[in-house]
Design a protein around this ligand. Structure first.
Ligand SMILES: *Cc1c(COP(=O)(O)O)cnc(C)c1O
Length: 725
């Protein structure tokens, strides 16, 4: 199989020729991080834009033809449209990027990026949390920097989980199927009328996959889909949901992602020189690379060395559940016919997945990836240490005392996470001395200009974003009350009484146990005194999902939900359902303080606090993950015991109350004679100045290129051997 026709997408006969570029734009997520492009859709009809949940493909599908025709004759609209389209086309065609400028010697070589999840936009629910957004931001930044990267992932038709909280506070999952035809994904075709379908090579019983494509600027992301008639019912379900609890289904997912994904690239004529694995889920891609090399007449040893030096692995968590492991018997069930193609006995292959901490007979995906990739990294300085500690024995067995695991600290895609109003404000004050500030945003010098912004103006934008958040939560709850007739108490606990003037703390992330969402409820009386201070009230907004198989996480949600119902909290504790990308945007822009209190050293990095800090939302965090690198004494707050591992909830909570009572609340409510909280704004500026450049995805992707991609490409091109094992 080789001929592949163009990507198929729906026809939009209702879109007039003059503005037909809207269809191309709708199918490229580039619009999502370019505010002017967003406006091109919004201006068509602001209400329809909201009703489409900011999904332009759906909007174009639903808009009446006359609206589009009217727009195509409106000179004002057309002017805006033409400017945006010209920039869009220019950026997609551009050959002058940071990458081509600095790494022209790598011309013609492709990098393949594999991840089980991608957080790109709420219209594509292919993420569970931070790992996914990290991957999504990596792709967006790779597009901005001009990297020759292609990505592989899953088309999860049921997404991760649509959270609904029952009357008793227990999380339920409402099954909601993605409407593939109203999403910005295109079918990859074999020819004009047949969809590409491939069998995952040499795996028995057979699994078939079809492919979709999303465009993220210049980066194509290929999404694997097993929900096709060629598969039996169990196989059809492989790609239905992220992270199923069933181990065998999980194994089949990872076979599809790693082996199927590599094979699909091959069919599409894409031969990546190097591959980058985001976490262990796609690690079978390494086996497939060995198989290809052995088929090309390399010995296993040669293939092994080659794969090792051209593969990169990023490990993301010290949490045991984050490391998949499969019994050998289960491996044999699928790889029975595959082992023999690898040029080495089955035992050697299975031995590569042995982790010293596991009982025998287990294939550990992280251990395998660590052995098979010469470039390995954790996702913050601290996590690098933790990972070296965690995998010490694995490397000691091969005579390496300090495990060769480095770190590249995560970063967030600034154009995605910076609120457009903030961006506009920065533009006003940064542009005179640096018109290209946004494209040079990883330069710390740019951000020194933050002090040129008058306090009043920064505060005004912040207040506006806070109102927007509170209005959005209240309106949402009001509509639910009207349409579903929920118990009024749920309207209160969902945030109907939130006050846009009160000091607002946000806590939103996955409800994994180690993140300790309920820490602040350790001492209820003390918390009530803080929250209910009549002159200096404090409110807390919670949001987040628990993994469907994680009952402990669900119990924490239930607890928080029940606290939100307590009358004596006066509606100042709110739990907002169904946390996703859109609510994250509102929260990280609109609260005053972003709270983070995981149990160290479990938070490998954490990225939501970076999104908050970038927008002047002050980070109040335990010293763990990225905050150890970022906290400078004045750009937010740090608290918590320095002892790791022990049960320390009570003392950590005590320090948190202390900080709130003594510093955070007084600072927020200290207003100068002119009516503005200048001291607070000073801290906001310091947060933006000190974190925006360093914790940007731009800085991060550049580090991956310099430390990882470029040396690996160098090896592949020169064929020179690295001694790293
Ligand atoms: C950024 C983000 C996360 C990751 O947050 P952490 O603080 O790293 O846990 C999770 N979910 C959403 C929707 C996000 O935007």
């Amino acid at each position: 199989m080789n001929a592949v026709a163009d990507k198929f997408r729906k026809d939009f006969p209702q879109v007039p020729e003059r503005i037909s570029g809207l269809v191309d734009l709708a199918y490229n997520l580039w619009w999502s991080w370019n505010p002017a492009a967003k406006m091109v859709f919004k201006q068509l009809n602001p209400q329809a834009w909201v009703e489409s949940t900011h999904n332009p493909v759906r909007m174009l599908t639903e808009l009446p033809e006359e609206t589009l025709v009217t727009a195509s004759k409106n000179p004002l609209y057309l002017r805006h449209y033409d400017i945006v389209m010209s920039r869009f086309r220019q950026e997609l065609a551009s050959r002058n990027s940071w990458y081509t400028e600095h790494f022209s010697h790598n011309h013609g070589h492709t990098i393949a990026y594999f991840s089980a999840e991608y957080g790109l936009h709420h219209s594509l629910p292919f993420y569970a949390g931070g790992l996914g957004f990290l991957a999504g931001d990596h792709l967006k930044e790779s597009s901005d920097l001009g990297l020759p990267l292609v990505a592989v992932g899953f088309m999860y038709s049921e997404g991760y989980l649509n959270q609904h909280i029952g009357q008793d506070g227990w999380q339920e999952n409402i099954k909601e199927l993605l409407n593939r035809d109203a999403s910005p994904i295109k079918r990859v075709m074999y020819n004009h009328d047949t969809q590409l379908v491939a069998r995952v090579p040499f795996i028995d019983p057979p699994i078939y996959i079809s492919v979709w494509r999303v465009d993220i600027g210049t980066i194509p992301l290929y999404l694997l889909d097993t929900d096709i008639k060629e598969n039996d019912p169990a196989n059809r379900m492989i790609s239905s949901r992220l992270y199923t609890g069933d181990n065998e289904q999980r194994l089949r997912q990872e076979i599809v992602l790693g082996i199927g994904g590599s094979y699909i690239l091959d069919i599409l004529g894409i031969r990546p020189t190097i591959i980058h694995l985001n976490e262990g889920h796609p690690a079978f891609a390494l086996l497939e690379r060995i198989r290809e090399n052995v088929a090309d007449k390399m010995s296993f040893e040669e293939a092994y060395a080659h794969v090792q030096n051209t593969s990169l692995f990023t490990t993301h968590t010290p949490v045991p559940a984050g490391h998949d492991a499969f019994p050998h018997a289960l491996m044999d069930k699928y790889f029975g016919g595959y082992y023999s193609l690898l040029g080495t006995p089955r035992e050697t292959i299975l031995g590569l997945g042995r982790a010293p901490q596991d009982p025998g007979g287990i294939f550990n995906m992280t251990a395998f990836a660590l052995k098979m990739c010469a470039f390995r990294n954790g996702v913050s300085k601290r996590h690098g240490e933790v990972a070296r500690d965690m995998w010490q024995r694995l490397f000691a067995e091969n005579g390496t005392n300090v495990p060769p695991i480095r770190h590249i600290t995560n970063g967030v895609h600034v154009p995605t996470w910076l609120d457009p109003r903030m961006e506009l404000l920065f533009n006003t004050y940064f542009s005179p001395s640096c018109p290209n500030w946004l494209s040079e945003h990883d330069s710390p010098l740019i951000w020194e200009m933050i002090n040129e912004i008058p306090d009043e103006e920064l505060w005004a934008v912040h207040v506006q974003l806070k109102r927007k958040l509170v209005n959005r939560i209240r309106e949402h709850k009001r509509r639910k009350w009207v349409s579903e007739g929920t118990d009024p108490i749920n309207v209160v606990s969902g945030g109907a009484l939130l006050d846009p003037n009160a000091l607002t703390i946000g806590f939103a992330r996955r409800f994994s146990t180690y993140k300790r969402a309920d820490l602040i409820f350790q001492d209820m009386d003390r918390l009530k005194r803080i929250v209910n201070n009549r002159w200096r009230p404090v409110q807390i907004i919670f949001a987040g999902k628990a993994h469907p198989a994680d009952d402990e996480g669900k119990r924490i949600i239930q607890k928080v939900y029940q606290y939100a119902h307590q009358q004596d909290f006066g509606g100042r504790i709110a739990f907002v359902e169904d946390y996703g990308e859109q609510m994250a945007q509102y929260l990280v822009h609109g609260v005053d303080v972003w709270l983070n209190n995981p149990l160290p050293p479990m938070e490998a990095c954490g990225t939501s606090g970076m999104k908050a800090s970038l927008n002047g939302v002050l980070h109040m965090s335990i010293m763990d993950g990225w905050w150890i690198e970022a906290f400078n004494g004045t750009n937010g707050w740090a608290f918590g015991d320095t002892v790791t591992g022990k049960n320390r909830d009570w003392s950590d909570a005590g320090q948190l109350y202390e900080l709130l009572e003594r510093e955070v609340v007084p600072l927020y409510y200290t207003v100068s004679n002119d009516g503005f909280p200048h001291m607070w704004v000073k801290k906001m500026k310091e947060a933006i100045r000190s974190t925006a450049p360093r914790f940007s995805a731009r800085r991060m992707v550049k580090e991956y290129v310099r430390q990882g991609y470029d040396p690996a490409l160098g090896f592949a091109v020169a064929g020179k051997k690295s001694n790293v094992r």
